[in-house]
Design a binder for this molecule. Structure first.
Ligand code: COI
Length: 355
């Protein structure tokens, strides 16, 4: 497949936003990547072209039955002015796991990575220089075949868009207040909780709206069977530091295998911290807090990076963590991860890729 590059014309170029006030996912760069899939033909027409709206058939199957998957990764501007990607093949490989579960076609990771690098080279001026700002990358695949029968589509589109972003939460790196819901569930065993499909996020919105009305930033989900064991937060995996153990729920099929989650486990273990993946109940967390052994809670995600949790609210009870302040481990992990991502220090793990 030969990648076509159709550069945006001067009139198509967009105004660059203020790098110190980016928010999350509000601005998009000058170019995008698209390719098409047809059963029997495979992927074809890989093109980088100006950022533009699509025309889709009103019967496109994604609009009706939700065959849609996506990824989120980031590019960072180093001190040397080079641009670095963080673990891009981990995200693209995860996209193939999502594709398999959703009966969508596999992508060629190397080919897509190549196209992504070309795209970022073309839009490199958009990779922010401001502290804490990055270029968020959103690869997406949707079913474009027109038809109302419920089955796997035979025609798909894959695209990548780029968005310069600041912190995901308005709190930045400051601790967030989290609502633990026992009314709604995010994922069930045997379902699609472990894949990054649009429907998971659509289904989560109601709990998030209700939590927000009450002044919370995010929702913490419990398992769907017993509504007892902790799963993940809306857009993050979650970690607990109890005594000297760093605990995170296991990848049992209903939570997302976060790339930041894996990076945190790897770093913590390299530092000699006992990092364990095991089931942990909400009652265990409240009990540890009462006994004074709960030291920190933080979330991890590409968009959110490391996000300290200041308090959990569950069935009218509040669990205030570390007096609502950022814990030392969350801070250390955040500093180390950022230093590797921006290329400020040597990357002992082989995670970064200079473009
Ligand atoms: C990410 O962290 O990249 C995510 O996918 C969360 C997102 C839905 C904002």
């Amino acid at each position: 497949m030969d990648l076509m590059i159709e550069k945006a014309q001067p009139d198509d170029l967009r105004e660059k936003p203020d790098e110190n006030n980016l928010g999350f996912g509000r601005y998009f760069t000058d170019h995008m990547f698209t390719m098409q899939y047809q059963e029997g033909q495979g992927w074809h027409e890989p093109v980088i072209s100006r950022y533009h709206p699509f025309t889709v058939d009103p019967a496109a199957m994604v609009l009706h039955y939700g065959q849609a998957i996506f990824e989120g990764l980031k590019a960072y501007r180093g001190k040397d002015n080079r641009v670095y990607l963080f673990r891009p093949t981990a995200n693209l490989a995860r996209m193939n796991v999502s594709a398999a579960r959703m009966c969508m076609p596999q992508i060629d990771v190397n080919q897509v990575l190549n196209a992504l690098q070309e795209l970022i080279r073309l839009d490199q001026e958009w990779v922010p220089k401001a502290k804490g700002a990055t270029l968020y990358i959103r690869p997406t695949m949707v079913a474009t075949e027109a038809g109302l029968g419920v089955r796997a589509a035979k025609q798909f589109m894959f695209f990548i868009i780029l968005s310069p972003v600041g912190a995901y939460y308005p709190e930045g790196f400051n601790p967030v207040k989290i609502y633990v819901t026992d009314t709604y569930v995010r994922a069930v065993p045997g379902g699609v909780g472990h894949v990054k499909t649009a429907g998971n996020y659509a289904a989560s919105i109601m709990a998030a709206v209700e939590a927000k009305k009450q002044g919370f930033t995010q929702v913490l989900w419990l398992d769907a069977v017993e509504r007892k064991f902790i799963e993940e937060v809306g857009t993050m995996n979650i970690f607990f530091l109890i005594n000297d153990d760093l605990i995170t729920p296991p990848l049992g099929g209903s939570i997302l295998a976060g790339v930041t989650r894996d990076s945190v486990l790897t770093m913590a273990r390299a530092w000699g911290i006992k990092a364990v993946e095991r089931r942990i109940s909400i009652e265990e967390v409240f009990a540890a807090n009462q006994q004074g052994t709960l030291r920190e809670i933080f979330g991890t995600g590409t968009a959110a990076v490391i996000s300290p949790v200041g308090s959990l609210h569950y069935q009218g009870r509040e669990c205030l963590i570390n007096e609502g302040r950022t814990g030392a481990l969350a801070q250390r992990l955040f500093d180390e991860l950022q230093a590797i991502q921006y290329g400020w220090k040597d990357d002992p793990y082989g995670w970064t890729m200079a473009i």
